[in-house]
Design a protein around this ligand. Sequence first.
Ligand code: SAH
Length: 459
Amino acid sequence: MDYLPIFLDIKQRDCLVIGGGEIAARKAGLLLKANAKVTIISPAISSSTQALVDDNKLTWLESVFKPEQLADITLVIAATDIEAVNRDVYQHAKAQQILVNVADSPDLCDFILPSILDRSPIVIAVSSGGASPILARQLRARLETLIPQTYGNLANLVGRYRDAVKEKLPTLSLRRRFWESTLQGEVATHVLAGRDDIAERVLKSTLAEVKTDELDKGEVYLVGAGPGDPELLTFKALRLMQQADVVFYDRLVSKEVLALVRREAEMIYVGKQRDWHSVRQEEINQLLLKHAQQGKRVLRLKGGDPFIFGRGGEEIETLAAENIPFQVVPGITAASGCSTYAGIPLTHRDYSQSCTFVTGQLKKGELDLNWSALVQPRQTIVVYMGLAGLPVLSKQLQKHGLPANTPAALVQQGTTSHQQVWISTIEGLPALAEKEKPVAPTLVIIGHVVTLHNSLAWF
Ligand code: SAH
């Protein structure tokens, strides 16, 4: 970070703007919005600045810049079109430790003015660190469309009820829960739709009826994190990730996804190793239970979809038995993510009318699969956890009648920037793996749809 973003209280503080043109007027206007006492210094001023002077909004000193004018000034902005003057202002301000900004000269700035989205009291500032103000402005424009005009009213309402909530709910964690649920529900809907009165009534009655023991209850969110690309998360996943107290995640959850979890949450890695699966699973079930019983909001974040080869069912069985509330959020499963990002439609009118997901995990060196069902024509087979068992898979499929030249793909780290796709046939899979040495996570896709990769690969 090249700059520290801070919001400065400059109410009634003396600030100078050097320059009388339009840019200077804009900067002065900004300072006025934050209720600063603004003086403009310039031999002449534009008509818009003159209007502000006439309105007694700011003072105009009809003068060239002189260093002594900096006495008792908090902050100065130079926006003349004479470079020497701007530099002079910068040097004198610097010498006196006064915060200084020279318009359009990032190297002559102690602070820069961000693009601002104003939903007072909510203010969002966007900065590109001087690299591209236009980019920052475009980003601001996007935010502008996302954040309703009425958002500030919501903040005002919360501000008015802060003390009342504090009185009723003694701990920080209770208050956080109260606000998180209130601000996502009915109250927010009413405010954003402009129905402030109804919103306030609902807020009042919610607060009157709130039960601390219910707010304090632990809960578990079993959330699918998708195959890797963070943009494939659901809105719901993101929301619950933002309100968790503790997070249990495994190897498949990408760094980019983890970066979106609430920053204050405790992060606990429970990645499993292939050979001691079952022991660890019981331990994880107990961990989720224990933390929820302590009243925490526990996020169990799993790669892909929690109910597809994710043992999500087992984890919530324990919770259900102990009456711990839980929610499950589906995620984009590897089959869906990897096939899409590899340009391989799982079904296609010309090639495949059904699709089967199977686990390729070996049991005592063998694969316990329903082979006759798998080798049916016009079917796509997706094999999860299939790397170690590739030779067995290849041999058995052929033995049960699938033609040796049936197309097959390996997709490694699908949907991420490291995605790799290799195309072969079921006969060629073992040799391909031998040569390319793919690593987990890798998905196997088998069937004629694989040939579409040649024309449809887009990622
Ligand atoms: N619940 C997960 C699957 C867990 S099993 C889901 O719905 O996707 C783990 C297997 O999923 C891996 O061995 C691999 O075969 C597959 N997998 C998961 N993410 C993957 C990715 N990004 N790229 C390729 N394969 C992936």
